[in-house]
Every structure is written in structure tokens, then in C-alpha cells.
Design a protein. Structure first.
Ligand code: FES
Length: 102
């Protein structure tokens, strides 16, 4: 068995150079929201789901981005509703959210 069933990496990179970055689109706050929701729903922990921060994932122009492993599914998102949909559809039901996929 894998230590985690799924791993969700949020790019939370912050740049001060003026170049686009995920954190300018609320990545850190929405990662915190996702982490809390996953916990509240009883999805977190060993054998379940882990939500982690990541540095730049090199898809900055499509950001903010997150990636779910082991499916290797990349998403972009705007708000809490998008995060809720990724959690309920992908993490709970195993269905890819096509409208947010990149
Ligand atoms: S800053 Fe997020 S992918 Fe590069």
C-alpha cells in the first residue's frame, strides 16, 4: 500500500520580480483552505490524502496550478468552489474535473 493514496501539490511560489506566479492568484490561501477541507472531510492522513505546498512547477502561465498524484492530473483554479469541486469529484469520487484540467 502507498503511504498516501493521493498527494496534492499546490504551487505556492511567490515572485517579487513582477513575473507571474501562482501566489499572486491566491495559491497559499486556497492551499490552506484545501488542507482544512480535506481534514474536515476525514480524507487526510496515512493511506489517504496529503495536501502539500510546492515551489514553482514550471507552468506559471497557466497558474495557479496544482497537481494530483499518482494520477498526474494538473488543474488550475480560481476560488473555493473550484477547490471544493476538485475535492468532491477527484479526491472523493475519482472523477477528473475536466473543466479545470490543464
Ligand atoms: S509560479 Fe507556479 S508554476 Fe511557476
Amino acid at each position: 500500500m502507498n503511504f498516501y493514496r493521493q498527494h496534492v501539490f499546490f504551487c505556492c511560489n511567490q515572485r517579487d520580480s513582477g513575473k507571474t506566479c501562482c501566489n499572486d492568484h491566491g495559491a497559499s490561501g486556497l492551499r490552506e483552505y484545501a488542507k482544512n477541507r480535506v481534514k474536515e472531510l476525514g480524507l487526510s492522513g496515512k493511506g489517504k490524502v496529503r495536501v502539500n505546498m510546492a515551489g514553482c512547477l514550471d507552468r506559471c502561465e497557466q497558474g495557479p496550478v496544482l497537481v494530483v498524484y499518482p494520477e498526474e492530473t494538473w488543474y488550475t483554479y480560481i476560488d473555493r468552489e473550484d477547490i471544493d469541486e476538485i475535492i468532491s469529484e477527484h479526491l472523493q469520487q475519482g472523477r477528473i474535473v475536466e473543466r479545470l484540467k490543464i
